[in-house]
Design a binder for this molecule. Structure first.
Ligand code: SIN
Length: 286
């Protein structure tokens, strides 16, 4: 795929054998032909994290690019506020007590139909460096588990709840308020590649439904540790001015490293959904 990509002047470089591709020489402000969009969607599924360098997109161009992959998602925290409902701000500075996404997670797995992908454009990089983002390939993490463990996990489902994430950030959920929550199988097939992948994460996954609490906690803790420690499945993105990163939120997890305090980092994320997502990626809470 990397060699066969047709656009002239565009260079593609794999970040690691498992995951990631850096793309140079492609100005995403330019119209994308139907054929190139097809190639791009295939590359997106194959490499899971696409790192586009030297971009100068405004908000509308950022959203127009994301629409090549699906419909724009509205973040739950933006649903009842003014402003652009499709822009999620990623921000940390000297006044911050937390950074967004600083624990291994896929975006909003607590939703019944989680985003299929996200496109993040950083507008301000920290002085002095840092602020990299780590990504991990959940198909490979699953493949690297033993067969008995894989078989056990195939029979389990999990409860995902945004209140778990809020608590980890020291935010107390408001009693009586409705929050996104969902059941998902622990192992699902990627809807395009059909590869099996692990769908639990430390940010949102509260418990395994079929196990009693101590066993559920222990098995989840084992899986969260595997995700963090399986470095063969990971890549590390170093941001440059004008970098846009698009990730497949079904087959990856990410972790935004907060090593730059008190310096500032600012970006805007557009997430993408497939309203027709296969049932396993759109499970209602029973
Ligand atoms: C996120 O979307 O979780 C944040 C990623 C980042 O800031 O690098």
């Amino acid at each position: 795929m990397l060699e066969a990509f047709p656009a002239p002047g565009v260079t593609l470089t794999a970040l690691t054998p498992s995951i990631g591709c850096e793309i140079r020489g492609w100005d995403l402000r330019e119209p994308i032909s139907a054929a190139a969009a097809d190639e791009l969607r295939a590359l997106f599924v194959e490499r899971a994290v696409l790192v586009f360098r030297n971009q100068t997109l405004d908000r509308e161009q950022h959203k127009a690019f994301a629409r090549h992959f699906g419909e724009l998602h509205t973040h739950p925290s933006r649903r009842d506020t003014r402003g652009d409902p499709h822009i999620f701000k990623v921000q940390a500075d000297a006044d911050s007590t937390l950074n967004n996404g600083g624990v291994w997670h896929s975006d909003l797995s607590c939703e019944t139909n989680p985003p299929l992908g996200s496109a993040l454009l950083l507008h301000e990089l920290p002085d002095g460096g840092g602020g990299d983002t780590l990504f991990s390939n959940m198909c490979d993490v699953f493949d690297h588990l033993s067969q008995p463990m894989q078989n056990l996990l195939r029979g389990l489902s999990a409860w995902h709840d945004i209140r778990r994430d809020l608590r980890q950030y020291g935010i107390t959920p408001i009693p009586g308020k409705s929050y996104p929550q969902a059941h998902h199988p622990v192992v699902v097939n990627h809807p395009v590649s059909q590869r099996e992948l692990l769908l639990v994460n430390r940010a949102f996954t509260e418990r395994l439904n079929e196990l009693e609490s101590p066993a559920s906690d222990a098995l989840l803790e084992f899986l969260f540790a595997r995700i963090a420690q399986d470095v063969r499945a990971q890549c590390r993105v170093r941001w440059e001015p004008g970098t846009l990163v698009l990730w497949d939120n079904r087959s990856t997890q990410h972790n935004a490293v907060w090593d730059y305090f008190p310096n500032a980092r600012y970006g805007e994320r557009v997430s993408i959904i497939d309203p027709q997502a296969p049932e396993k990626f759109a499970t209602e809470v029973g």
